[in-house]
Design a protein around this ligand. Structure first.
Ligand SMILES: *[C@@H]1O[C@H](CO)[C@@H](O)[C@H](O)[C@H]1NC(C)=O
Ligand SMILES: *[C@@H]1O[C@H](CO)[C@@H](O)[C@H](O)[C@H]1NC(C)=O
Ligand SMILES: *[C@@H]1O[C@H](CO)[C@@H](O)[C@H](O)[C@H]1NC(C)=O
Ligand SMILES: *[C@@H]1O[C@H](CO)[C@@H](O)[C@H](O)[C@H]1NC(C)=O
Ligand SMILES: *[C@@H]1O[C@H](CO)[C@@H](O)[C@H](O)[C@H]1NC(C)=O
Ligand SMILES: *[C@@H]1O[C@H](CO)[C@@H](O)[C@H](O)[C@H]1NC(C)=O
Ligand SMILES: *[C@@H]1O[C@H](CO)[C@@H](O)[C@H](O)[C@H]1NC(C)=O
Ligand SMILES: *[C@@H]1O[C@H](CO)[C@@H](O)[C@H](O)[C@H]1NC(C)=O
Ligand SMILES: *[C@@H]1O[C@H](CO)[C@@H](O)[C@H](O)[C@H]1NC(C)=O
Ligand SMILES: *[C@@H]1O[C@H](CO)[C@@H](O)[C@H](O)[C@H]1NC(C)=O
Ligand SMILES: *[C@@H]1O[C@H](CO)[C@@H](O)[C@H](O)[C@H]1NC(C)=O
Ligand SMILES: *[C@@H]1O[C@H](CO)[C@@H](O)[C@H](O)[C@H]1NC(C)=O
Length: 773
């Protein structure tokens, strides 16, 4: 019976309300139509004003904002169905560019204003403070500047404030802290300064506080502990300092604290994971925390992320077998462990953590051996950093079970023995770094199975034998470092088929043989170091094809012959070390032309002739030419003997030059006539069909082959020069013939005209013309 009355009461209540709403609605719609219309006309005009200040709309979404539809049906607009007033604008992620019109302050019914992920610029208008109904203001990921408007204090209903990813400056205005209903306060990635006000304690509804990625200073105020609903604190990176207020560790609502990259210090309370039982994510990396890892971590069953990297934590790592949700553990760069045999026992307990994806314990003080149980870690493990400890012994073969690893670093430890053949199972491996250990044996041929490998470092070990040809299968390889081992044999040609290579370091081994011309196939190589080996033969001229080269080190080998002029094609070369070889001949003048070259070492060779004075040769501190007894000239700081002897010899020299010029001109004329004869004969022998265009019969010759064919347009091949041009003798490898190459100087006035005239003349003669502009 009671239930019946209650139901009746409920019906009556609903009925009265419906009636009331209905009558209100009809009243508004019929007699007061004009007043109603004029009110929502404000919204209409405001939207038009808002659109006016948007200058770019690449997706054309504002095209729907036209007279053919009521503004409530415009894209991104939601209205109150009864009052036809705008309650929501959502234009997230349309790449709109423009400013936020201050007129939006007139949308007095708006609850949700979302412009995130666009390119709005200018200030956030103070007028937003007039929106007393506003609950969501989401204008993150734009290019807004200026300060956070103090007037937002007028948005008393505000629950969500997203200002992240802009260029806002100034302090967080304390007026913000009066917003009693604010739940989400996100200002990450701006340029805010000043401290976190103690008034933060007034934001009694706050659940998410995200102020990282700014320049905030000072400490975390005690008052933060008043925020009983707070679940997430993201305060890094900033320049905050001091210790955490101890009451923070009593805020049992917390699920995530990220304070990475600040200057916090002090130690963490031992029972932290008891008092914060819901904690899932801890990011304390990049601070000055010290002391032990809180022992209570052994019971932290909710913990998924624990990053305390780059601090001063010390002591042993306790068992983590109950932290079964652990996804990421980053202990890098602390003082954990004490170089004792049981330092790594905790790794065994981690076999319980079936969700572990990322494990980093590098650069600590862990000693002992790697437990075989390492192979029982989660197969989900992608990333394992072990470098920079005192770990010794062999690498357990069981580690090959971690078949989903994409990164494994073990550098700078005391690992010994062979690289386990089980590593051949790492089909997904991209980064493998084993440098700086005591590994011995051969470089295993199965390295070729790791087809995804892009970084392979096994430098500074005691590897012997040859470089396996199977390395050719690692076609993704960009970084290959095998330096400081005992490798023998030649550099396999297969290495030069690794066309993605950018860094190749084979230095300090016992490699022998010559360096193949195939080196020119390394089109992306930027650093090539083969120094301190027993390489001999000429420096391959094709090295000039490695156009991305910046660092070339051939030091301490037995290279002989001339320094190839093709080096001048390396327009980005910065450092070149050819010292301690058996190079002879002169230093090519063309090296002066490499404008990027900042260091050149040719010392202890058998070079002779004049040292140039331009380019890299201008700076004695970056130029080493000592140990070549026959060099002369150069800048005075080099203290080399002068090249030209004065007196009669000078005159003779000039005479010699004159003769050389005459001989050259004669040679040119001779060659020209030979070419003419050949072409006349050709022309007679194969009569071109009338409809095939002449252009097709002309040789297409690259600048590179012209460059090679003339030894880099060397003066030795210069056979004539005129007002507008130089003529060089050259050989073309592809065609195996001697040609004359005319180089026009287009900077000279009239050169264009001369060029056209010449073309016309040659057109009649039908001669192959090779031009260099
Ligand atoms: C918005 O309100 C301001 C001040 O009341 C007024 O000057 C402005 O014209 C209004 N804008 C629109 C589009 O109604
Ligand atoms: C006007 O908007 C409607 C949708 O509201 C759209 O279908 C129409 O193409 C638009 N007209 C123009 C000229 O863009
Ligand atoms: C914002 O844009 C970025 C990239 O432009 C995209 O990755 C992200 O998912 C977008 N976020 C939202 C919430 O739209
Ligand atoms: C700031 O907000 C108040 C009300 O909250 C409003 O009266 C005032 O006009 C706003 N200031 C500006 C510049 O719009
Ligand atoms: C801003 O961009 C970041 C990164 O692209 C994205 O994660 C975030 O969700 C975006 N924020 C908003 C409010 O769209
Ligand atoms: C914070 O709350 C205190 C006490 O209720 C009050 O005196 C103070 O004005 C408030 N400050 C702000 C910025 O809201
Ligand atoms: C944390 O809470 C406990 C028990 O509720 C209390 O005894 C202790 O004083 C609190 N510590 C701080 C720093 O607030
Ligand atoms: C923490 O750093 C502050 C300076 O920021 C210093 O005054 C304080 O002594 C340090 N505390 C500890 C425990 O190192
Ligand atoms: C872990 O939890 C158990 C049971 O609640 C408790 O007995 C033990 O003392 C805790 N260990 C630590 C180190 O806090
Ligand atoms: C661990 O922390 C260090 C330092 O903060 C960082 O460089 C590294 O990327 C982190 N590693 C992982 C796997 O998160
Ligand atoms: C691994 O987890 C089981 C429960 O799933 C637990 O009994 C065992 O003690 C854990 N191992 C370690 C080393 O903590
Ligand atoms: C670490 O321990 C090993 C063996 O116990 C020892 O050889 C080595 O010198 C120690 N390293 C350091 C830095 O103490």
């Amino acid at each position: 019976m009671k239930h019946f009355y209650l139901m009746l009461l409920a019906f009556w209540f609903v009925y009265v309300h419906l009636f009331f709403l209905f009558t209100l609605n009809t009243l508004w719609l019929s007699p007061n139509m004009s007043a109603f219309a004029s009110r929502n006309e404000v919204d209409h005009l405001t939207l038009l004003k808002f659109r006016e200040s948007i200058s770019s709309d690449p997706y054309g979404i504002l095209l729907s904002w036209n007279t053919s539809a009521h503004f409530c049906n415009w894209h991104g607009i939601t209205c109150n169905p009864m009052l036809q007033r705008v309650t929501k604008i959502n234009l997230r992620g349309y790449n709109l560019k423009g400013s936020i019109s201050p007129h939006v302050g007139n949308l007095s019914y708006i609850k949700s204003f979302i412009l995130a992920n666009n390119s709005f610029y200018g200030n956030i208008p103070q007028e937003l403070g007039r929106l007393s109904q506003l609950q969501i203001l989401s204008i993150g990921n734009n290019s807004l500047v200026g300060e956070i408007p103090t007037n937002l204090t007028g948005c008393v209903q505000l629950k969500i404030l997203h200002l992240n990813g802009n260029n806002l400056i100034g302090k967080i205005p304390i007026q913000i802290f009066s917003l009693q209903k604010l739940q989400y306060f996100l200002v990450v990635r701006n340029q805010l300064t000043g401290g976190i006000s103690s008034f933060i304690g007034n934001l009694s509804s706050l659940t998410y506080l995200q102020v990282g990625g700014n320049n905030l200073v000072g400490d975390i105020p005690q008052e933060i502990c008043h925020l009983k609903s707070l679940t997430t604190i993201v305060i890094g990176p900033n320049r905050l300092s001091g210790t955490f207020p101890s009451c923070l560790y009593n805020m049992s609502s917390l699920t995530a604290i990220s304070a990475t990259v600040n200057q916090f210090n002090g130690s963490l309370p031992p029972n932290m994971f008891h008092t914060l039982p819901n904690l899932q994510e801890v990011g304390f990396g990049g601070n000055q925390f010290s002391g032990p890892i809180p022992p209570s971590i052994i019971n932290a069953s909710f913990l998924t992320i624990f990053d305390i990297s780059v601090n001063h934590f010390s002591g042993q790592v306790s068992s983590l077998g109950k932290v079964q949700n652990l996804f990421l553990l980053n202990l890098s760069e602390n003082n954990l462990g004490d170089n004792s045999t049981n330092d790594l026992d905790f790794l065994k307990s981690l076999t319980n953590c079936s969700k572990l994806n990322v494990l980093s314990i590098s650069y600590n003080n862990f000693g002992g051996h790697l437990p075989n149980l390492l192979g029982n870690l989660s197969t989900q493990l992608n990333v394992l950093y072990l470098g920079g400890n005192q770990i010794s012994g062999e690498i357990p073969a069981e580690s090959g079970n971690l078949i989903n690893l994409i990164l494994l670093t073990m550098e700078n430890n005391y690992f010994e023995g062979f690289v386990p053949s089980a590593f051949g199972k790492f089909q997904k491996m991209q980064v493998l770094e084993l440098g700086g250990n005591n590994l011995s044996g051969d470089i295993p041929a199965f390295i070729g199975n790791l087809s995804q490998l892009f970084h392979l470092g096994i430098g500074e070990n005691m590897l012997e034998g040859i470089i396996p040809r199977s390395i050719e299968n690692c076609q993704m390889l960009q970084y290959l470092k095998l330096s400081q081992n005992r490798l023998r044999g030649t550099i396999p040609l297969e290495i030069f088929n690794l066309s993605s290579l950018t860094n190749l370091n084979l230095s300090q081994n016992s490699l022998s043989g010559s360096m193949s011309e195939e080196v020119g196939r390394l089109k992306h190589i930027s650093s090539l170091d083969v120094s301190s080996n027993n390489l001999s033969g000429d420096i391959p001229g094709m090295i000039g094809e490695c156009l991305m080269l910046e660092y070339l080190y051939l030091r301490e080998n037995s290279f002989q012959g001339f320094i190839p002029t093709s080096l001048a094609s390396l327009k980005g070369l910065r450092k070149l070390d050819l010292s301690q070889n058996r190079l002879s001949g002169t230093i090519p003048n063309v090296l002066q032309n490499i404008s990027t070259l900042e260091y050149l070492n040719v010392s202890f060779n058998m070079l002779n002739g004049e040292v140039p004075t331009e380019g890299v040769f201008q700076n004695a501190s970056e130029l080493v030419v000592t140990g070549n007894s026959k060099l002369c000239g150069g800048i005075p700081e080099l203290h080399l003997p002068p090249c030209l002897v004065k007196g009669n010899k000078l005159v003779e020299h000039h005479k010699f030059r004159l003769i050389a010029v005459i001989v050259s001109v004669l040679a040119f004329l001779l060659i020209l006539s030979i070419i003419l004869t050949i072409y006349c004969m050709r022309k007679r022998s194969k009569k071109p069909s009338l409809d095939s265009p002449i252009i097709d019969q002309l040789a297409k010759v690259s600048y590179q082959s012209l460059h090679n064919g003339t030894d880099g347009f060397s003066t030795a091949n210069l056979i004539g020069s005129g007002n507008f041009s130089f003529v060089y003798k050259g050989t073309l490898e592809s065609e195996d013939k001697v040609v004359a190459i005319k180089v026009l100087n287009l900077q000279r006035k009239g050169a264009h005209k001369s060029f056209i005239a010449e073309c016309n003349a040659l057109k009649i003669l039908n001669i192959d013309i090779l031009f260099r502009f």
